[in-house]
Design a protein. Structure first.
Ligand SMILES: [Zn+2]
Length: 350
């Protein structure tokens, strides 16, 4: 989990906050299984019904720093979803009231903060009702739920996020689930979101890719040279002759990453990203990671994860600096420029 505005609290694990969410952000969550009494969770052993009391028992055992309240985020898009959106808000408020009562009575959870979940699908009036009602309750922060996946149009999503955060008190953190791409993160920050999950670098790693985008908005000539290396690689994405290899890359691949399994990297003896200080870039080459990927070695994922996490967390550090120095616009320009140069818009043979 990464924070743009709030700094990390010390726990037994230094520099980390333990946050417990209801669902795994990278696992599919089938629709149609929630009731007024329970929310369905899905794992290796199939479906599990989570009632408010069972949910709070688990929180008592884990004692996280922060956790989201049990909520029903299972909505469908469009006008047909209006009734379902209302139900999701009603249920989530009712779960919130039960969980707040149980929280108050739990000595084990006096050091834990519960986030209220804002639901309501893509229906603005339900989102606003959810935000206003949740803000009346003694929650420690807010979760903007139900924005994961791509069923909602981007414009609708951003408008809803801005409308919801406008209803929330400034002094309590807002976390969003299911948003992790650098450009989308910046758009959400502009609309008042503070905290994000870190599933994105994991997904990048899973598809055999490395994050190489630049987030340097300072016109420091020396640093700019280092950063250009990654940018040049992004420009090369999809712009060379071996289109067959490119097409084997995951269609979910974003303009912020390079596909290291591509054969063009088999004799590339530079680091994954020039100038990066992570373990992988300091000790290994692109050619080595490429070899590990094509031979399905587990170490490939370990090394890529080290690099991708460090790069992503440094991106958030750059966001905090940009907010402090009033340079978020410059950072946004720098990141969005790379969206245009990426593989989605690169023409073959260019
Ligand atoms: Zn690295």
């Amino acid at each position: 989990m990464e924070s743009s505005r709030f700094y990390k609290k010390k726990t037994c694990m230094p520099d980390t906050v333990l946050y417990c969410s209801l669902h795994d952000p990278v696992a599919p969550c089938p629709s149609g299984y929630n009731t007024n009494k329970a929310v369905s969770l899905w794992g290796n052993s199939g479906r599990m019904e989570m009632t408010a009391s069972k949910f709070m028992d688990i929180q008592r055992a884990i004692q996280p720093d922060w956790f989201q309240c049990l909520s029903d985020g299972d909505t469908i898009s469009g006008e047909a979803g209006r009734k379902r959106a209302k139900k999701s808000v009603d249920r989530s408020l009712s779960f919130l009231d039960v969980c707040l009562q149980l929280l108050e009575k739990s000595p084990e959870l006096q050091g834990s903060v519960m986030f209220g979940a804002i639901e309501g699908g893509d229906i603005l009036e339900e989102r606003l009702r959810s935000a206003r009602e949740t803000a009346k309750r003694p929650v420690g922060g807010f979760l903007l739920d139900g924005f994961q996946g791509c069923t909602m149009a981007k414009e609708t999503k951003l408008k809803l996020i801005a409308s919801v955060t406008a209803e929330l008190p400034e002094d309590k953190p807002r976390i969003i689930h299911g948003v992790g791409k650098p450009d989308e993160v910046l758009e959400c920050i502009e609309r008042g979101v503070d905290i994000f999950e870190s599933f994105f670098p994991f997904q990048v790693t899973e598809r055999g890719c490395a994050l190489v985008f630049s987030y340097d908005c300072h016109p420091d000539p020396e640093a700019a040279v280092l950063n250009q290396n990654g940018a040049q690689d992004l420009e090369k994405n999809g712009a060379e002759d071996n289109q067959d290899e490119i097409s084997k890359a995951d269609p979910e691949m974003t303009p912020f990453e390079i596909f290291l399994k591509d054969k063009r990297y088999h004799d590339d003896f530079g680091p994954v990203l020039e100038g990066c200080t992570c373990y992988c870039c300091q000790r290994h080459t692109r050619a080595y990671v490429h070899h590990l990927l094509v031979t399905n070695e587990l170490l490939a994922g370990v090394l890529l994860m080290m690099h991708n996490f460090q790069h992503y967390f440094n991106f958030f550090s750059a966001i905090r600096d940009a907010l402090r120095d009033n340079k978020l616009d410059q950072l946004k320009k720098c990141v969005f420029r790379q969206v245009l140069q990426g593989p989605a818009n690169a023409k073959p043979g260019q």
